[in-house]
Design a protein around this ligand. Structure first.
Ligand code: ZN
Length: 405
C-alpha cells in the first residue's frame, strides 16, 4: 500500500550516540543495538476511526526513534501494517451502512494526510492485511502442520487457534499473571470463554466465514486471519526473524504483542522476536483514556480543519514523556502554540553558536526519548537572545520533527 510523502530531514553536524529505550519484556531502559540498518515494526491502525490523538502520540514516539537512529548514522527499515480486515471494521461499516472496503480506504487516506501533516517519517513498507493475505494464511497452515495450531471442536465453525503451549516462553513480553492475561484477552478481542479451546488464552489464527462476512481462500478453507498473526508475518517476512524494536500503544502489550511474538518465535524457531518491546502511554480526555469504546476522541483531522497548526499538535503531544499517561487539554495546546511561536522567533536569530544545545538535545532524546527535558532545554535557548537559531532550528526539525522555518 502507498504510504505518505516523507518530510525533509536536515543533516546535522556530529551524530547521536546509542539510543536507550524502555523494554517492556525486561522492564529496563536498555541501549538499542541496531546494525547498519535498524529494523522497527509499529502496529498500524484498524481503519475505521483515524487518527485520534492517542494514535498520534504513539506514532510520534516511534517517529522520534527513527529520527534518533538516523541521526546516529543508521539506515532504518520501518514496517507498519494496516489491519484492513477485522471485526471492529466490519461492525462499524454495518452500523454506518457502508461497504467495509470503502470505509477502510477513506480512513487510510485520512490517516496518511494526518501523518504527513504531523511530519511523521513514513514506513518503507506499508502493508495491509488484505494484500498480505496469502503470506498470512500460508503461515497459519505451517503452524497447523507443525502442531502449534489446531481446529476448535465446533462442527459449524472449526476455526483455527494457536496453541500457546507451543510457545514455551509465552508471557515473557507482558510479564502479566494469568488472571490479568485472561481479563485483557476478554477485553481486547479475544474469546477466552469459547468452548473447545485447549487453553483459554489461545488466540484465533483463521476464522471460518460467518453469514455475510468477507472471506479469502486458503489451504485451510475459506476464512480470514486473526490480528496477531497478521503482524508476525508482515514483520517477519520483511525484517527477518529478530527485529530491533516492536512498538505500539501500551494497550497492545497483551494480548497483541505477546501473541505476535509467540507466533513468530514458533514459526522461525528464533527467540526473541524483538530485542525491544516498547510501548507508548495513553492520552486521556476529561479524566478518561481516549478510546474508541468510550467515544471520547479528539481527531487530528478535526483540529487541522479548525486551523490548528499541526506542529503545535506535535509539540503538545511531545511535551509529556511517551511512557507517561497524560491528558489532552485546551491549555496544553495553547501552551504549545505559544512555545512554537517563541521557538520560531528564535530560529531566525543571529547570535553566538549554540552547539551545546544540539549536544543537550541529543543527550535528552537518547535517554529514553526524554522530550520534556529536550523541550526545557529549547525553552532556555529560545529565551536567550544571545544564542543563534541556525543549527538548533535544524536540530529541532531533524530530531523532534518540528519545522521552525
Ligand atoms: Zn500489530
Amino acid at each position: 500500500m502507498q504510504s505518505w510523502a516523507s518530510p525533509h530531514v536536515p543533516s546535522l553536524p556530529g551524530a547521536s550516540g546509542p539510543l536507550w529505550l524502555h523494554d517492556t519484556a525486561t522492564d529496563m531502559v536498555r541501549p538499542t543495538t541496531p546494525g547498519p540498518t535498524a529494523t522497527i515494526y509499529v502496529c498500524g491502525i484498524t481503519p475505521y476511526d483515524a487518527t485520534h490523538l492517542g494514535h498520534a502520540a504513539t506514532y510520534l514516539a516511534f517517529d522520534l526513534v527513527q529520527r534518533v537512529w538516523l541521526d546516529g548514522g543508521r539506515a532504518v527499515h520501518y514496517v507498519q501494517n494496516i489491519t484492513d480486515i477485522d471485526d471492529p471494521l466490519l461492525q462499524r461499516a454495518e452500523r454506518d451502512g457502508l461497504d467495509w472496503r470503502d470505509l477502510a480506504a477513506n480512513q487510510i487516506q485520512l490517516f496518511r494526510e494526518d501523518m504527513a501533516a504531523l511530519r511523521v517519517l513514513p514506513p518503507r513498507d506499508y502493508i495491509g492485511a488484505v494484500e498480505a493475505m496469502d503470506e498470512v494464511s500460508g503461515a497459519v497452515a505451517r503452524l497447523l502442520e507443525m502442531g502449534a495450531a489446531y481446529r476448535v471442536e465446533d462442527a459449524e465453525h472449526p476455526d483455527v487457534y494457536f496453541d500457546v503451549a507451543a510457545a514455551p516462553k509465552f508471557g515473557y513480553e507482558s510479564r502479566y499473571d494469568l488472571a490479568t492475561m485472561l481479563a485483557l484477552a476478554a477485553e481486547r478481542g479475544g474469546d477466552p470463554d469459547r468452548p473447545g479451546k485447549r487453553n483459554a488464552l489461545d488466540p484465533g489464527l483463521w476464522r471460518m466465514p460467518r453469514e455475510g462476512e468477507p472471506f479469502w481462500d486458503s489451504t485451510m478453507g475459506p476464512g480470514r486471519p486473526g490480528w496477531h498473526i497478521e503482524c508476525s508475518v508482515i514483520a517477519g517476512n520483511r525484517l527477518g526473524p529478530t527485529i530491533d524494536l516492536q512498538g505500539g500503544g501500551s494497550d497492545l502489550i497483551f494480548p497483541h504483542h505477546e501473541c505476535s511474538a509467540a507466533h513468530s518465535e514458533v514459526l522461525t524457531g528464533v527467540v526473541p522476536f524483538a530485542r525491544h518491546y516498547t510501548h507508548a502511554a495513553m492520552i486521556a480526555l476529561d479524566g478518561e483514556k481516549m478510546s474508541k469504546s468510550r467515544g471520547n476522541l479528539v481527531f487530528v483531522s478535526r483540529l487541522r480543519a479548525d486551523g490548528v497548526d499541526p506542529m503545535a499538535i506535535r509539540l503538545a503531544l511531545l511535551s509529556g514523556h511517551y511512557r507517561q499517561d497524560r491528558a489532552w487539554t485546551d491549555q496544553l495546546l495553547d501552551q504549545a502554540t505559544a512555545r512554537l511561536a517563541d521557538w520560531r522567533r528564535a530560529a531566525n536569530r543571529q547570535g553566538s553558536d549554540a552547539a551545546t544545545v544540539l549536544h543537550g538535545l541529543r543527550s535528552a532524546l537518547t535517554d529514553d526519548l526524554d522530550t520534556p527535558a529536550a523541550i526545557e532545554l529549547l525553552d532556555r535557548w529560545a529565551a536567550d537572545d544571545g544564542l543563534a537559531g541556525g543549527v538548533v532550528a535544524d536540530a529541532v526539525d531533524a530530531l523532534l520533527g518540528i519545522a521552525l522555518h
